[in-house]
Design a binder for this molecule. Sequence first.
Ligand SMILES: Nc1ncnc2c1ncn2[C@@H]1O[C@H](COP(=O)(O)OP(=O)(O)OP(=O)(O)O)[C@@H](O)[C@H]1O
Ligand SMILES: [Mg+2]
Length: 279
Amino acid sequence: MASRNALGSSGEKPGAERHGGAPLDTAHGKTDAPATSPAAQGGNSNSNRAIEIKDLVCGYGKNQVLHGVDFSADLSKITAIVGSNGSGKSTMLKALFGLCDVKSGSIHALGRDITHVPTHSILGYGISYMAQRKNVFQDLTLRENLAVVTGLRNAEQAMDHFPELLPFLDRPAVTLSGGQRQLLAMAMVLVHKPRIMLFDEPTAALSPKNADIIIGKIKDLNAQHENCIVLVEQNVKHALRNCDKVYLLASGNVVYSGDPATLLDDKDLASKYLGMTPQ
Ligand SMILES: Nc1ncnc2c1ncn2[C@@H]1O[C@H](COP(=O)(O)OP(=O)(O)OP(=O)(O)O)[C@@H](O)[C@H]1O
Ligand SMILES: [Mg+2]
């Protein structure tokens, strides 16, 4: 069983950080203070802190994927995770949603320890997750899809942010376009009014126009509800243009965290890990 350490002092340093492939701060101070507020957790004074992951080692059974990762994300901000295929981006989100095996390290959300909270309880901690694939029930109508996650009689209420979907409420999801299906998946994530939203590649396989619509919706949600958004994106430029902070993963380690513009300017990192040709 992995440890349930209370958080130590924040390892976060201002500005961008290049990481040497190993976690920056593995020192965990212990405190007996109840994990009810970030301030109670080892003196982290950032009251906007929504997620704090420390020295996380996790994976699937014996397959270790993340090798001691530190990560944090704030309310009212969009935090992006980028990296090549198989670098562990989805696994980061799955760890937050109780979908992979945590070997060691800690995960706190909104001041509470969720390191070993099972997936079926995570919604109660204010966290929603939009999976990379198979994120709607294709054979169910939009109304039925929403009813699966809400039990709501009135699916229209769940559509406040998605009026463009209202005409299709009684059509099976399989008949929607790719972009409309992603909007439905977002609506299903939103119905619980989460403070933390995890989006795994919401624009995958969409046309540039639809991708812009989805990213626009995500930014609107962030601006209107001051929630914490963690966005995994395959379109790196898209992600970097639209986030407040970025993590670059490589082989299950954080190799950069901080300002997105600084990462774009770092020709070494951009060409080595993101396949961007130096200009
Ligand atoms: N359910 C699973 N069981 C075993 N190994 C898994 C599982 N899911 C992912 N992996 C492995 O974990 C590693 C990281 O996968 P992950 O899906 O987190 O990568 P990713 O960065 O999201 O990649 P992509 O950009 O292709 O979506 C890969 O080597 C993958 O094969
Ligand atoms: Mg993935």
